[in-house]
Design a protein around this ligand. Structure first.
Ligand SMILES: Nc1ncnc2c1ncn2[C@@H]1O[C@H](COP(=O)(O)OP(=O)(O)O)[C@@H](O)[C@H]1O
Ligand SMILES: [Mg+2]
Length: 312
């Protein structure tokens, strides 16, 4: 047990109101079990609506581990609530969480900083009718996605003009802002950041070439290769880009940056996940393990980060 944590009551908040609730319950359960097995005083707090405030008060934790994903969990809102309650919590703060949750804001900042990301346009509902002309310069195939959701919900790959408006309509059913970006043909790679240092690169090989909800959470055919079998030069470049993204988006303690690597070796940042999956088989724990950090150490490191920020 880590000294600064052994007398602390640790609350693990899981569940939430987003589509990623199930994943969050699995992440939270994994974190809770790891802490309990290590002998810590740990309590699960299930977030299923506004009553989470009472649940937090009743649990009276000294420090909170956030195992939430998506809206109200990863977007800065629960972080703001915990700030107001004066409770230290794991991971990125209000501003960084909100920036990373919005793919359109993320891409604007990356472009401003000269960090490569696929060409894109952001559409408001009033642009929906003119979409075809607005996206013309990008060229097909295109990816259409809601700006602030995860788990590929409401997302489509569009190969020809005729299918564009249906894809945009679908995305608007989930969000008030929609992103249309160039499809990057190539490989899928991800880089975790832990305590300010990049972890080994992971390659994801999904059967359909796309890492969608099915490939992420259901398929047994999706392969994860860590460390990724890529040139050292490419790995170093991805790690340094991931660190730049983490800095620009105001990440704290831990995050995971997703990339596409095209057939010519150009890397493009897709997004940053401030609370990536933390189940036994998730990408960040795999990468940490490849760097010699066991799951429980990863969890402890994040909790120490929470206490340090609170005191700092
Ligand atoms: N521009 C793109 N080019 C190629 N594949 C993409 C592109 N955008 C998304 N994808 C595929 O869709 C997956 C999910 O997209 P992403 O932007 O990371 O959103 P989510 O928040 O749903 O994970 C990616 O992991 C990738 O496989
Ligand atoms: Mg992603």
């Amino acid at each position: 047990m880590i000294d600064v944590l052994k007398d602390k009551r640790i609350g693990v908040i899981m569940g939430g109101l987003s589509a990623e609730k199930e994943v969050s319950m699995t992440s939270g359960g994994a974190v809770e079990n790891a802490l309990r097995d290590a002998g810590y005083d740990v309590l699960a707090i299930v977030f299923d609506g506004p009553s989470v405030i009472d649940a937090i008060k009743a649990a009276a934790p000294d420090v909170v581990f956030l195992a939430l994903h998506g809206r109200y969990g990863e977007d800065g809102t629960i972080q703001g609530l915990l700030d107001i309650m004066g409770l230290p919590y794991t991971g990125t703060g209000v501003m960084g969480s909100a920036l990373a949750m919005d793919k359109s804001v993320t891409k604007m900042l990356l472009r401003h900083e000269g960090i490569p990301t696929a060409e894109f346009v952001t559409l408001a509902p009033s642009d929906a009718d003119d979409a075809t002309s607005l996206v013309e310069a990008i060229g097909y195939p295109l990816v259409v996605k809601p700006a602030t959701l995860g788990s590929t919900i409401g997302m489509s790959f569009v190969y020809k003009k005729e299918d564009l408006s249906a894809a945009i309509r679908l995305a608007f059913e989930h969000d008030r802002e929609v992103l249309v970006e160039r499809f990057i043909e190539g490989r899928e790679l991800t880089v975790g950041i832990l305590n300010g240092a990049p972890l080994p690169v992971v390659e994801i090989v999904a059967p359909g070439g796309v890492y969608d909800y099915e490939a992420k959470y259901k398929s047994h055919d999706t392969k994860y290769i860590c460390p990724a079998e890529i040139d050292m030069e490419v790995a170093a470049r991805l790690q340094s880009m991931a660190f730049d993204v983490f800095r620009v988006l105001k990440g704290y303690s831990m995050s995971r940056v997703d990339f596409r690597l095209d057939t010519e070796g150009n890397a493009y940042v897709l997004e940053m996940n401030t609370i990536p999956g933390l189940t036994g088989t998730s990408l960040l724990p795999k990468a940490a393990k490849a760097a010699g950090v066991e799951f429980v150490e990863l969890v402890e490191t994040m909790l120490i980060g929470a206490l340090n920020r609170h005191e700092g």
